[in-house]
Design a protein around this ligand. Structure first.
Ligand SMILES: [Zn+2]
Length: 345
């Protein structure tokens, strides 16, 4: 009998892998899941929509003991992830893009997503220590430079870029564009010497569910996005920007978004500023704040302990999971104590 030709063998093999990837061990549920990993005041989120593709947004801090790499890899392996289809560098700061090469060496990325060149106002250290090594790590693999209005083609979820490189959506998204009644109290903070203002901000839409994650976007860029008209619309979940620093998270942003729930990626001694707690807890329709850490600076404004993944001085690196359904309902889980709460559409 004639052996199958090489191209035929190849296509058979590819179909086999596609079939196993679709049915694969990753998960069967028709939910959009976010795993907000504790990187002690950095950022790292694993995004798992239905269908088998996955995305990593930022990779925490680079440290000699590979602390955050080990945490991200452990979470990825527990989910059966052997490759991230998209690896997003929201911006070129140490606690975001700085550790991507290290994670990529353990669980490789397929396509890398970023905002393009580092801001000219960013300091030389960021360029030398984080931006250039990130580019070097990508090597010859695909790189997707995104602009506001673009989408990231991760299968199973709609992801729209709302900010990138300091620019924002030129037009409101469908259904958005309402006049922002909170615009009056704007006092935009100045640009800093880092790459925060260039953050890639992402809106996730899954059926009726909406989640916004602006990474470390600064108030002056929030202003461009939300004034005079709100170009994003409302969201169910707001990933608190910039670890809960008040140079981000302006009232005109948060209150116009009207989130039910917010998740703060603060560290034990980073971010979590009391002014941001005030903005969140005063937001119309706001129900709950979930925190990666207790914030000493915020004192009694902290969420109840069940909503805090790592409340004690001895950090256990517990993560927070968000699992969303197409009807707009979603469940948030604190993996420290398995306390969870479901929010209805
Ligand atoms: Zn940061």
């Amino acid at each position: 009998m004639k052996r199958p030709s090489l191209p035929l063998m190849k296509s058979l093999l590819i179909s086999f892998f596609l079939a196993t990837a679709t049915l694969g061990p990753l998960r069967a549920a028709d939910t959009l899941d976010f795993y907000v990993i504790d990187t002690e005041g950095g950022k790292a989120v694993i995004v798992v929509p239905p269908g088998g593709e996955t995305m990593l947004v930022d990779a925490g801090y680079p440290t000699p003991d590979n602390r955050d790499t080990n945490r991200i890899v452990a979470a990825g392996q527990a989910l059966g992830i052997t490759r991230f289809d998209y690896m997003v560098a929201t911006h070129y700061d140490m606690d975001h893009a700085g550790n991507i090469p290290s994670v990529d060496a353990k669980i490789p990325g397929r396509t890398f997503v970023d905002h393009g060149a580092i801001l000219p106002t960013a300091n030389a250290q960021n360029k030398r220590e984080f931006y250039e090594p990130y580019l070097k790590a990508i090597g010859g693999r695909p790189r997707l430079i995104v602009h506001p209005g673009d989408t990231i083609p991760l299968k199973g979820v709609r992801i729209t870029v709302v900010s990138a490189g300091g620019e924002v959506l030129a037009q409101p998204l469908p259904g958005a564009g309402q006049h922002n009644e909170f615009a009056g109290d704007a006092k935009p903070e100045p640009l800093d010497i880092y790459d925060n203002a260039a953050s890639v901000g992402l809106l996730y839409e899954f059926g009726k569910f909406r989640l916004l994650d602006l990474a470390d976007l600064l108030q002056r860029v929030e202003y461009k996005l939300m004034v005079p008209d709100n170009r994003v619309g409302t969201v169910d979940v707001f990933m608190v920007s910039h670890h809960g620093f008040k140079v981000s998270n302006s009232r005109l942003l948060v209150h116009a978004l009207r989130p039910k729930v917010a998740i703060m990626n603060n560290g034990p001694r980073k971010g979590g500023e009391p002014q941001v707690f005030d903005v969140l807890q005063g937001s119309p329709g706001f129900q709950d704040l979930w925190q990666l850490h207790f914030s000493p600076a915020a004192g009694r404004k902290n969420a109840p302990v069940d909503f805090i993944a790592n409340p004690g001085a001895a950090c256990e690196a517990k993560l927070i999971k968000v699992s969303a359904c197409r009807d707009g309902s979603f469940t948030v889980t604190n993996t420290r104590n398995n306390f969870s709460k479901t929010y209805q559409p």
